[in-house]
Ligand binder design. Structure first.
Ligand code: C2E
Ligand code: MG
Ligand code: MG
Ligand code: MG
Length: 288
């Protein structure tokens, strides 16, 4: 069963690789049998406007709890779903859940939903996504569909056409993980984008020095010039927040503000606000 690696003509069997392959096969087998509607859920992570100090949107993030495997990491099961032909069905199940959550939110809160490449390059899948969105009762202007740069590069013309079809619904389009896919700027310019999400790998470098900051500043400037909004992903510290503000970034998402939470907890955050924006307790306040 173990895959053979060829290195300089020598066949190498790696025990580690074999274990990995067995794990993938096991996950795939469970995924094929899974009751997607009951096993799949969404976690919601706030996207905040740091100038208004409030939540403006939630990104819906897939979570899979399988009775045999326990929790499976989304990077793992999304990839496997794409490779075994289950992604379109999974997307439909998750989109219905995301839109149900959007209906439970106040109308000024947006919902961001991740689409896979294969969701937009399949005409049938795209048509079903459009149908689900149109009949959801959620105003389309509240919805962001997130697509990654790599998704667009692989099949540019078809992806662009699909994005225009989605845009025609009145939804907004976000380019996710920006900066990781090496897409040419002339191509980015041809897409009907409303938002660019700066990948969190760039945030990690902004405290190290001028170079990391220069990159984020250039992307932020690019967004201004393209007339699209800019969201920074993966903000983990107060220091990063401060630097990003000085670079002209207002919309942010990351553990510093809030980790992804359940639908109920997310609605609670709208009621109570998030801790990162709570006013600092007065020094003279009596101890509770
Ligand atoms: P993404 O769309 O870029 O989502 C952001 C990921 O970064 C999430 O991981 C989130 O939990 C994580 N994150 C947010 N803030 C921070 C932070 O401050 N620090 C760190 N270290 N991480 C942070 P998650 O939930 O594990 O999702 C991973 C990826 O899986 C997503 O990346 C997305 O590409 C994919 N994915 C998740 N849900 C779906 C889905 O419903 N459909 C599709 N097609 N892909 C999905
Ligand atoms: Mg995303
Ligand atoms: Mg992202
Ligand atoms: Mg990312």
């Amino acid at each position: 069963f173990a895959k053979q690696h060829r290195r300089g003509g020598t066949v190498v069997f790696s025990a580690e690789h074999a274990t990995q392959l067995r794990k993938v096969a096991l996950v795939e087998q469970e995924l094929r049998q899974a009751d997607l509607d009951s096993e799949m859920s969404l976690a919601f992570q706030p996207i905040v406007d740091t100038t208004q100090r409030r939540i403006v949107a939630f990104e819906a993030l897939a979570r899979w709890h399988n009775p045999t495997l326990g929790m499976v990491d989304p990077a793992t099961f999304i990839d496997i779903a794409e490779r075994c032909g289950l992604i379109n069905l999974l997307t439909e199940v998750l989109l219905r859940k995301a839109l149900a959550f959007a209906r439970a939110c106040p109308p000024d809160i947006r919902i961001a939903f991740n689409l896979s490449t294969l969701d937009i390059t399949s005409k049938g899948a795209l048509a079903r996504i459009i149908g689900i969105t149109q009949t959801s009762g959620v105003a389309p202007h509240r919805i962001d569909f997130e697509v990654t740069e790599t998704a667009i590069i692989n099949d540019f013309d078809q992806a662009r056409e699909a994005l225009y079809a989605l845009k025609a619904l009145g939804v907004q389009i976000s380019l996710d993980d920006f900066g990781t896919g090496f897409s040419s700027l002339s191509r980015v310019h041809q897409l009907p984008l409303d938002k660019i999400k700066i990948d969190r790998s760039f945030v990690t470098n902004i405290e190290a020095g001028q170079h990391g900051r220069a990159i984020v500043r250039s992307i932020a400037n690019l967004c201004v010039n393209l007339n699209v909004a800019c969201v920074v992903e993966g903000v983990e510290t107060q220091a990063q927040l401060g630097i990003l503000r000085s670079l002209g970034c207002d919309l942010m998402q990351g553990y510093f503000f809030q980790r992804p939470v359940s639908a109920d907890q997310a609605l609670g955050l709208l009621e109570n606000g998030i801790a990162a924006f709570a006013p600092a307790p007065a020094e003279s306040a009596p101890a509770a």
